[in-house]
Write a protein that binds this ligand. Sequence first.
Ligand code: FEO
Ligand code: CA
Ligand code: CA
Ligand code: CA
Length: 593
Amino acid sequence: AFPGFGQRGDLTHGVVPPNRKDDIVIPNGYDQAVIIAWGDPVEEGAPKFDANKQSAAAQAKQFGYNNDYTMIVPLKDDRKALLVCNHEYTDENLMFPTGKYDAKTIAGIGLAAHGMSVVGIERVGRSGQWRRDKSGTRYNRRITATTKFDVVGPAAADPRVGKVAYGTFGNCAGGVTPWGTILSGEENFNGYYDVTGAVPAQYATSYKRYGVPTTVTKSAREWSIVDARFDLTTTPTEAFRSGWVVEVDPYDPKATPKKRTMLGRLKHEGATTTITADGRIAVYLGDDERGEYIYKFVSAGKYDENNRKANFGLLDEGTLYVARFTGDGTEDGLFDGTGQWIALTTDKKSFIDGMSVADVLIDTRLAADKVGATRMDRPEDIERNPVNGRVYAALTNNSNRGGTFAVDEANPLAKSHTRATLDGPLVEQSGNRNGYILELTEEGDDAARTSFFWTLFLVCGDPTAQETYFGGYDKTKVSPISCPDNVSFDGSGNLWISTDGNVLGSNDGIFTVPVAGPKRGQVKQFLSVPFGSEACGPLVSEDDKTAFVAVQHPGETDTATFENPSSTWPHTHPFPRPAISCVWRKDGARVGS
Ligand code: FEO
Ligand code: CA
Ligand code: CA
Ligand code: CA
């Protein structure tokens, strides 16, 4: 039933051992190259990168900081494509020579270094290597924390939000729609606001549920010194214009990007789409914080593959659901069970007592609290496997499971638990430190259905640790893996996982694992990213010839500074620069082989 598995799709690549090198480390037979790094010119007229001549105007045309989600969308000429990525946040300590710029200049550059980029790229010969397409800048675009957005969907009419918003920031993961637009999740938006006095009492419950400050607060970046809307005492509704999924059309550089309110307001990790059995669009959504929920949107209308523009409103009408997981008991030796998608609201009718449609979409967490949804361990990237149809979710970690949040079968590892041993009860401190990969199977393999089956496919960590589980595979033959964050698939349906915050002491990386066949659960490290960085992406090209990796925050450690960095990757300067690289097999064969 799984074409490709065990045939062309075998993961035969060499295993990269855990390490702390300040480089991308890849298996034998592979090569890699940086495509674009922080500060490289993107838009027409952008100046060459110079750390000593930074300005907001320059940065607004250059590649932003801390590239996260990365997607490649095709152009008619198959030697060319568009690279789209998120710039989640900034590391001011690593960006600016100490004392060189004043606070206002730094804030202005920070606003411009967030957001997204669209960049033309081209294939090198017939290989899996890609580089900048210097001849074609027609599509190149920067979106920043000040770009104008149209707010669309049911909450746009609410006075808390309104029809226009400025900028996107905290953009973490994302997805691509069948009509070729990019969805991007506004994640940790709450950390960008200052409070200089009071905030309206009627917003306090909502603010608190999202971690938005309610008392006098100076945020880390203090953007309100250059843009007053970031002071919630001045503009208290500004907090309601972030936390959305945004949609950008990379093929139309003049199109105003959209904030899609029907997808709810969360600390959105990402938004990935699939087509339901009857041709509608389903979007899977994670809310990345400890104890938050997994969501799904199903459109009312059907996808029209013959009329691109007919799909532009599909994400504004439909139903938003939240997931409840029920375990079937651990006597079977598996963390698994069934689940329900609980409807919170459609675009016309709320299912939550006392909350309007706009209330549910603006305070989606508060709505989900009322329906008995399951609190998960940092639900991050969630994506449907195009080969086996199952949905895979990264649950990064939760050091406080069993404390603030009760243990259940879908979130089984408590921060301290008692285990029976031959010598009597033993209290162990473990908790979900290393994360899980959840495998969810929609009933009838149809994303429009409201019930599902689930199992924890991976309980990550050091495979010698008792609690880890690798899909039932032999644990002496797998790579240690910690803190899965993003997931994607190659053309054979193998799962590719990137990690964020490895607590096993080595650098983050990208890991491969078959999800079917005799090697189901055989996790192997495919690459590691430079010291102090997080592996984002990952992305395997449509032709399986290239793996793309976004190296986010290289050298980000507690004490590192511009002058004393803990990484200098990609080794173009004496300080680190976040960048996107591609990895390919020197012989041109499929990546992963
Ligand atoms: Fe931005 Fe959920 O990591
Ligand atoms: Ca992430
Ligand atoms: Ca079970
Ligand atoms: Ca992350």
